[in-house]
Ligand binder design. Structure first.
Ligand SMILES: NS(=O)(=O)c1ccc(C(=O)NCc2ccccc2F)cc1
Ligand SMILES: [Zn+2]
Length: 261
């Protein structure tokens, strides 16, 4: 059986029963209120070195669609900004809704986007494995990118055209040579704050870097994400994968910093 999900019985409102940290002091996502954020002049730009990028496979883990990378060396790293070390790219995945304007996890002044892309990195300088980093307060760095609807995104088609291969929970397929740099907006101005994984086990180990400008994708491309299933091939009850987002959590006195002028 599934430990947690996004339904009525197993969704975000009951995660605290099995994962008490859900009610902790640095939970994610949050509502970002721009005029309450502080400018930190010491915050430099984030730098992505994705050129030797090596995606390996695409998978349906029953909660989202995930593209995984070879993180055995520092070939794809994020550095700078609020980070004291380079953080290694491990995977990226998406969160989305059931139509148009809802689906992102972070919100900006109460406004949701249609979807949110998470590029997940871990601190391989201080920790030996992703699992170890995922329980450390400075172990992970997740770059969040908002998706708004409009024209087709030329490169997202490479992902949406592969989704038929990972329709069911537990399915995976080769997905080599995809460089997620093509999914980034032109400006990497960002907000940053200390938070958590937005799904169980909800570890409070994430330095969040939320990019201000969204990328634009088409409703048709988002619709293809919704053809994925939460359920496995062997299950008779087919449940469409949609609304796989956690709502904003309490700030509990945290400071949100911004980098852009
Ligand atoms: N939505 S997000 O905040 O970007 C997010 C990123 C990564 C994970 C993850 O790796 N979970 C599995 C996991 C957790 C802890 C240790 C090992 C794991 F594989 C969960 C949520
Ligand atoms: Zn995520």
């Amino acid at each position: 059986g599934n430990l947690w999900g996004y339904g009525k019985e197993d969704g975000p409102s009951v995660w605290h029963k099995n994962y008490p940290v859900a009610q902790g002091d640095r939970q994610s996502p949050i509502d970002i209120v721009p005029h309450q954020a502080s400018h930190d002049p010491s915050l430099g730009p984030v730098v992505l070195n994705y050129d030797q990028c090596t995606s390996i496979k695409i998978a349906n883990n029953g909660h989202s669609v995930v593209v995984e990378f070879d993180d055995s060396d520092d070939r794809s790293v994020i550095r700078g900004g609020p980070l004291d070390n380079p953080y290694r790219l491990k995977q990226f995945h998406f969160h989305w809704g059931v139509k148009g304007c809802h689906g992102s996890e972070h919100t900006v002044a109460g406004n949701s986007y249609a979807s949110e892309l998470h590029l997940v990195h871990w601190n391989a300088v201080k920790y030996t494995t992703f699992g170890e980093a995922a329980t450390a307060p400075d172990g992970l760095a997740v770059l969040g990118i908002f998706l708004q609807t409009g024209d087709d995104h030329r490169w997202l088609n490479m992902i949406t055209d592969a989704l038929y291969t990972v329709k069911f929970k537990g399915s995976a397929a080769d997905f080599k040579g995809f460089n997620p740099k093509c999914l980034l907006p032109s400006s990497l101005h960002y907000w940053t704050y200390l938070g958590s994984l937005t799904t169980p086990p909800l570890h409070e180990s994430v330095i969040w870097i939320v990019v201000k400008d969204p990328i634009t994708v088409s409703e048709k491309q988002l619709g293809k994400l919704r053809t994925l299933l939460f359920t496995g091939e062997e299950e008779d009850q087919r449940t469409r994968m949609e609304n796989n987002f956690r709502p904003p959590q309490l700030l509990k006195g945290r400071n949100v910093l911004w980098s852009f002028r």
